[in-house]
Design a protein around this ligand. Structure first.
Ligand SMILES: *[C@@H]1O[C@H](CO)[C@@H](O)[C@H](O)[C@H]1NC(C)=O
Ligand SMILES: *[C@@H]1O[C@H](CO)[C@@H](O)[C@H](O)[C@H]1NC(C)=O
Ligand SMILES: *[C@@H]1O[C@H](CO)[C@@H](O)[C@H](O)[C@H]1NC(C)=O
Ligand SMILES: *[C@@H]1O[C@H](CO)[C@@H](O)[C@H](O)[C@H]1NC(C)=O
Ligand SMILES: *[C@@H]1O[C@H](CO)[C@@H](O)[C@H](O)[C@H]1NC(C)=O
Ligand SMILES: *[C@@H]1O[C@H](CO)[C@@H](O)[C@H](O)[C@H]1NC(C)=O
Length: 431
């Protein structure tokens, strides 16, 4: 009874959105990302590197989806593919290389993308796992997806225990991890229960890191009965997500827009934020993505997808960081598809990735975090790059011209070397 009452109250408090249909659909970019054809139905965990190139995971692999940059037969990261591992998420970072979430391994792998191996941190402590991870915690339900704050000091993880009938606070969890100290904390079950949060999946922070958004889906007898996005307030002192409130009732706002989400058992999956506070939510089981303006609740757009029939994840990339790539299963649910949608703002993740905060700090060697080894820090130690040589004006002699040309070439070499170092250390990308 009690839970029925609080459920009714929450529903009443929910904002009624005026979601409108986008006149522009996301269209296939499979021609640009041919690796998509090998990824299969477990495709998820979209991420982009600093260049804006698209990567994704499936159960067993983490790969660049771009032609030529990755060999599907010889991927850099391969999971055991057994019952102990299922890759579900990935993210490039400035300071922690590439992180790959393993929903069954209760872990996050860390990979220096250009090295042959994963970093090994816990020597043999978890022998049953194929790799030693960046983070491991058997108390996590999964993680399903994760996000990182701008300073790359806190990692937030979501998870679920898919059961026929879910209980708020029991079958979904949110954890935060202090990268510097290696401390984990779970958002208390009572907090989750009090807010009515069930299975958690999509997760992302606001551009200013003040709020955390997490999806919730409730099951009753194997039917998804309610899907929402919750908003937590981040305590800036501790990083703790607090006071969750309903940001959007997805079934309600989509129904207002004529999209039959409840009827089709839509189960929200990955979410990504742009730099202006627009949250993009994959509506798994229907071929669509919802843009939801967290700064003006009620302002939303339903974006239809062309080839992705059941979207699982998405990320902003491309040269300008404004192309939203959506991955998921194609019609028939057996193959992987990728669509792209041109937005007018860049994504939060790629903007942070390209940001000017120092990459690769060697700040910590605490429990299972921080970088070992000495890497150069292009963010803190800028090389002494000279100004371009003055090639003068007037009418130089041929010998003077040749001298200027040589000086200029010399200068270009220095700059190129600098850029190469900067890319290598700040942008863990194959070539
Ligand atoms: C994941 O992708 C790789 C390369 O595209 C493929 O070889 C592998 O079979 C896929 N794994 C699954 C579980 O579909
Ligand atoms: C998942 O939920 C089921 C049903 O409530 C329960 O029996 C099981 O212990 C849960 N698993 C975890 C890891 O919490
Ligand atoms: C919006 O698009 C959905 C999916 O294509 C469709 O079912 C719905 O009728 C459209 N709503 C309006 C108001 O056009
Ligand atoms: C890092 O630098 C210190 C001091 O220069 C040196 O003693 C140490 O061996 C270096 N560590 C690695 C892994 O290169
Ligand atoms: C940087 O380079 C300039 C020109 O070569 C030189 O005058 C200056 O002393 C250098 N500064 C440092 C800190 O090395
Ligand atoms: C990756 O390693 C290869 C071989 O050592 C090197 O040629 C290439 O420049 C490296 N790429 C980056 C981005 O560091």
């Amino acid at each position: 009874m009690k839970s029925a009452i609080s459920f009714a109250l929450l529903a009443a408090a929910t904002v009624h959105g005026a979601v409108h249909n986008s006149t522009v659909s996301a269209t296939s970019v499979a021609d640009k990302f041919p690796i998509i054809n090998f990824m299969g139905p477990t495709i998820e965990g979209a991420s982009v590197n600093r260049k804006g190139e698209l990567f994704a995971v499936n159960k067993t692999h983490f790969l660049s989806l771009k032609s030529g940059t990755s060999d599907p037969k010889n991927p850099k990261l391969t999971g055991p593919g057994d019952k102990t591992s299922h890759f579900a998420s990935s993210r490039f970072t400035r300071t922690q290389d590439v992180l790959i979430g393993d929903a069954v391994g209760h872990s996050i792998w860390q990979q220096d993308y250009n090295s042959s191996d994963l970093k090994r941190r816990w020597n043999g402590r978890f022998a049953r796992r194929a790799y030693t991870p960046f983070l491991i915690n058997d108390k996590l339900l999964q993680p399903n997806d994760f996000t990182i704050n701008g300073a790359e000091t806190y990692l937030y993880m979501s998870g679920m225990n898919y059961t026929a009938t879910t209980v708020a606070g029991e079958h979904g969890d949110v954890w935060y991890y202090n990268i510097k100290t290696g401390a984990y904390k779970q958002v208390p079950k009572e907090v989750m229960r009090g807010a009515g949060i069930h299975r958690c999946n999509g997760i992302d922070l606001s551009p200013d890191d003040k709020y955390l958004y997490v999806t919730s889906a409730q099951n009753i007898n194997d039917v998804v009965t309610s899907t929402k996005v919750y908003k937590f307030v981040i305590d800036p002192a501790t990083g703790e997500p607090k006071n969750p409130t309903t940001e959007v009732d997805l079934y309600q706002v989509l129904s207002n827009a004529g999209v039959k989400a409840r009827e089709r058992g839509m189960d929200p999956d990955g979410m990504r934020m742009d730099v202006e506070g627009n949250l993009f939510i994959t509506l798994n089981a229907i071929p669509g993505v919802l843009r939801w303006n967290t700064k003006a609740p009620g302002d939303g757009t339903y974006i239809p997808l062309t080839t992705v029939f059941a979207p699982s994840n998405l990320e902003f990339g491309g040269e300008d960081g404004k192309t939203l790539y959506i991955v998921g299963r194609c019609q028939g649910l057996e193959k992987a598809c990728v669509d792209a949608y041109k937005h007018d703002k860049p994504g939060r993740a790629i903007t942070n990735l390209r940001g000017t905060t120092p990459p690769k700090t060697n700040s910590n060697t605490g429990t299972g975090s921080g970088n070992s080894g000495n890497s150069t820090s292009p963010g803190t130690e800028y090389p002494n790059v000279s100004n371009p040589p003055n090639t003068g004006s007037g009418s130089p002699t041929d010998a003077e011209k040749e001298m200027m040309r040589m000086k200029l070439l010399e200068w270009i070499k220095i700059i190129e070397k600098y850029i190469a170092t900067w890319l290598k250390d700040g942008n863990p990308v194959p070539n």
